[in-house]
Design a protein around this ligand. Structure first.
Ligand SMILES: Nc1ncnc2c1ncn2[C@@H]1O[C@H](COP(=O)(O)OP(=O)(O)OP(=O)(O)O)[C@@H](O)[C@H]1O
Ligand SMILES: [Mg+2]
Length: 391
């Protein structure tokens, strides 16, 4: 029998426990926008492993269910959003141009896209704009926000005539270069005033809002900022019970309580603990507290080898020392000044390390002068590591 908690099983939970309000709000926004009314795009922020990506994927399903086109991209460190935006628009237009009735208009959008590509030194992506003449004077001003606005505008009109809309989902949005993120906000802002059916749904770490910088007030009007976090104890239990239930397997109350407590309601951990408990349970149709006892060290080891380690492996010695100092300070939010002092440095002396850790997505700054891990329970992992080393 397939392990219902295994990421291999599609990595999609059967139901997004506890996220009904988010999904409903999104569905309403899409419907409103599709009918020519105004509504906001959305940005989901939260720590690592809380379910941002699965939520974006679900948004995509909702939009497609409404007959919209959905294009997805995952940003990385150093992602060039100019290129990404052009590519997303290209793919969307390609699909919209399948309709014969819209061939002429799609041809025009291809010309606009070509002008954008030429102005921003982008290669012809695929074959859509090869041999197409750039439509000079559109999307080629050299001001990124204006050019993105033109591109979105043309695409939005095409989608509207198509009777649908376009949803662009951008995961790991905190990795967008600041100027590109700002341009996206300004460009989208222009289009949103025209009530065209083009929606951006972004997901990223909590640092995302501060990335908006000067465009912050626009961002707040343009996007519905939603925070996702831990599941409630009832939600956590449901996330464990539902997949097992579907296979005719029950959890005892004690077993559930243990996992809910140990995972603190973090979806990624619930899934890993659930997976190990499922594997070790002799069953045939029950998972007990004894099973959980056996599963706990296995799940912890698995998390240490995967979830935590992939983050830790990419750090330098100086960064590790900084992270360990944070863990020693208690693991929650810490004052950057105190971390610096613990390392025998001035705040300015440690600032570069701190900034790199934020830029690379390991930490974020909830408030001025405060630093915290983006990975839940990272402090516990670091303590386990240093205990191992001390041996
Ligand atoms: N609401 C939920 N109910 C049940 N399981 C969930 C829920 N949200 C997330 N999960 C599970 O938790 C895991 C982590 O989710 P996801 O990858 O979406 O997190 P994330 O916030 O994108 O993390 P990261 O920041 O590391 O990319 C997934 O395997 C997913 O199936
Ligand atoms: Mg993700």
């Amino acid at each position: 029998m397939l392990n219902p908690y295994s990421p291999g099983a599609g990595n999609t939970p059967r139901s997004l426990v506890g996220r009904d309000a988010d999904l409903r709000a999104f569905e309403i926004a899409v419907r409103r926008i599709a009918s020519g009314r105004h509504d906001r795009s959305v940005i989901v922020t939260g720590l690592r492993g809380v379910g941002k990506t699965v939520l974006l994927r679900e948004y995509g399903r909702i939009a497609q269910g409404e007959g919209w086109i959905h294009e997805h991209v995952e940003a990385r460190e150093g992602t060039d959003f100019v290129r990404v935006a052009a590519e997303m628009v290209r793919r969307a237009v390609l699909r919209l141009s399948m309709t014969k009735r819209l061939a002429a208009q799609a041809g025009r959008v291809a010309g606009v896209l070509k002008a954008f590509q030429v102005r921003w030194n982008l290669p012809d992506g695929g074959d859509m704009t090869v041999g197409v003449d750039p439509l000079l004077g559109t999307a080629d001003s050299g001001l990124l926000d204006r050019d993105l606005a033109s591109l979105f505008n043309e695409t939005g009109q095409l989608a509207q005539n198509h009777g649908g809309g376009v949803l662009l989902t951008v995961d790991e949005m905190q990795f967008l270069p600041k100027d590109h993120f700002t341009a996206l906000i300004m460009g989208l802002h222009e289009v949103s005033q025209l009530n065209l059916p083009i929606v951006v749904a972004g997901a990223g770490l909590p640092s995302l809002l501060s990335l908006a910088g000067d465009a912050r007030s626009y961002a707040e009007r343009l996007f519905d900022f939603r925070t996702v976090g831990r599941l409630s104890p009832e939600g956590s239990a449901a996330a464990l019970v539902e997949p097992a239930d579907a296979e005719g397997v029950q959890w005892t109350v004690e077993a559930l309580d243990r996992i809910v407590e140990l995972t603190d309601g973090y979806p990624y951990f619930l899934q890993e603990f659930g997976k190990q408990a499922w594997t070790v349970a002799e069953g045939p149709d029950e998972i007990t507290e004894d099973d959980v006892d056996v599963a706990v060290p296995l799940a912890t080891e698995e998390l240490d080898r995967g979830f935590f380690r992939v983050r830790f492996d990419r750090t330098t010695d100086t960064e590790r020392a900084y992270l360990e100092a944070m863990a020693r300070a208690g693991g929650g939010e810490c004052a950057s000044g105190a971390v610096a002092r613990a390392l025998g440095k001035t705040t300015t002396g440690a600032a570069q390390t701190r900034d790199t850790l934020i830029r690379r997505g390991l930490c974020f700054s909830p408030r001025h002068g405060v630093i915290a891990f983006t990975v839940p329970m990272f402090d516990q992992y670091l303590r386990r590591r240093s205990e191992l080393r001390r041996g």
